[in-house]
Design a protein around this ligand. Structure first.
Ligand code: AMP
Length: 416
């Protein structure tokens, strides 16, 4: 069986991130595996680890990256982003001759209508190109390097498409657009730049990879790992809640990914089902490192949105650190097994009452839950950040260990 090390070396050999010897010649790669292998490797194992010397050098993101959900009125799951076509899985991506679907011309249409060219300091700030990145420069990419496929969804700053690189070994990726003028309108140029640079340096099987980025006059393009099974919250909306086994396996992957992020001094601060994607094998991928956080008007919505995943220290406006992610992990565990977040109060005055319940840690469990899952949740949802169960202990908790597959290589679990 292939070890992570050998797979890592195989992916390294794919040379996605290497500059070609000359702009006219083919990209440098020592090996050209089949599309089957590329898709499997991309989805299962993400990418090679950075050299040890650079693993702990990522900057801390700014503290203002929290995002809240839009207020919920009906069922908490059904009111999330409208369920459109974008979550359809792509099992064919593991077959040779992967079909990336039909392009609808949306990027050109959007480009005609949407956004202005930016100039001056903002233009310099947003001239983002991974080929000139300090840590891991990639080859030079442009829109012409991709065959465009089906739309995967629409984000706050632009559309996301399934694409394939024209150059061998023909990677399948998700290409995400961000309109520069909208970033400027939100005054978030610096944050966007920083977040892109941070995500490009993250390599973990349960953290969505950002392989590269480039820009044109109006847009920034992000070359993201393709999450073949789409958004996790759609699954939650479909099933209402998850079995304890499925939940435990997701939380296992989450805890591992968060431990990795924290080791790099990256605090996510916005863990919730909407920000989690699923790979082709159903493995969890933490996505969204904040660009949608900075959407214009987000702060105001924050004031009237639900507080569901916010810890007491953030609700109370106190200093906060990486332990906010432990609280969110507790909320996520509860939402997975119960179907709604623990402190949610709907209807008139719901925001204030949710606030009070969070600060008091007013936690109530439905009777049907196992003692083990209640124990994990209760140990994560502690008012004092230092009292929360550390991630290393989450990974050793009986509820997690009980459901972990015997031959577990994290990120490979199959759920459907
Ligand atoms: P976002 O701007 O991140 O909210 O993305 C908009 C939509 O595009 C999401 O709701 C997903 O359905 C889809 N999407 C975004 N990124 C990916 C990805 N890496 N793989 C598959 N689908 C994605």
């Amino acid at each position: 069986m292939a070890t992570i090390g050998s797979v890592t070396r195989q992916i390294a050999a794919l040379e996605l991130n290497k500059k070609p010897t000359s702009s006219a010649g083919p990209p440098l790669h020592t090996k050209q595996p089949s599309q089957t292998n590329v898709a499997k490797l991309l989805s299962k194992y993400a990418a090679p680890l950075p050299p040890l010397s650079t693993q702990n050098t990522l900057a801390k993101p700014q503290k203002s990256t929290q995002k809240m959900r839009a207020p919920t009125t009906g069922s908490s799951n059904s009111n999330r982003k409208a369920a459109t076509s974008s979550s359809s899985p792509a099992p064919e991506a593991t077959q040779p001759g992967i079909d990336i679907g039909n392009y609808d011309g949306g990027l050109e249409i959007d480009n005609e209508k949407r956004g202005e060219k930016v100039s001056g300091e903002a233009a310099t700030e947003l001239a983002l190109d991974s080929s000139s990145a300090r840590q891991y420069p990639t080859r030079v990419w442009t829109l012409h390097d991709f065959d465009m496929g089906r739309p995967l969804g629409k984000g706050k700053f632009g559309r996301v498409y399934m694409v394939r690189t024209k150059a061998e070994p023909r990677y399948i990726l998700a290409l995400k657009t961000l309109y520069k003028s909208e970033i400027v309108a939100g005054r978030v140029e610096k944050q966007i730049r920083r977040e892109i640079e941070i995500q490009q340096n993250l390599r973990h099987p349960n953290v969505l990879r950002l392989y590269g980025y480039f820009h044109d006059e109006k847009r920034i393009f992000l070359m993201l790992e393709f999450a073949g099974k789409g958004e996790l919250y759609r699954q939650l909306a479909k099933y209402g809640c998850f079995s304890e086994k499925r939940s435990a396996r997701y939380i296992d992957q989450m805890a591992d990914a968060l431990m990795y992020l924290h080791s790099k001094h990256v605090i996510h601060r916005d863990i919730k089902p909407e920000n989690l994607l699923l790979g082709l094998n159903g493995e969890l991928k933490i996505a969204d490192f904040g660009w949608s956080v900075h959407a214009p008007g987000n702060r105001r919505r924050t004031m009237c949105g639900t507080l569901d995943y916010l810890p007491p220290e953030m609700v109370e406006g106190k200093e906060h650190g990486e332990k906010v992610d432990l609280w969110a992990l507790g909320v996520l565990t509860y939402e997975f097994v119960v179907g709604n977040p623990p402190f949610e109060v709907r209807g008139h005055g719901g925001v204030d009452r949710t606030y009070t319940r969070i600060v008091k840690v007013d936690l109530r469990f439905p009777a049907a839950l196992s003692p083990d899952v209640k124990d994990v949740i209760a140990r994560l949802l502690r008012h004092e950040p230092q009292d929360r169960l550390p991630l290393s202990k989450v990974l050793q908790h009986p509820w997690i260990v009980k459901y972990r597959p015997k031959d577990c290589l994290r990120g490979r679990q199959v759920y459907e």
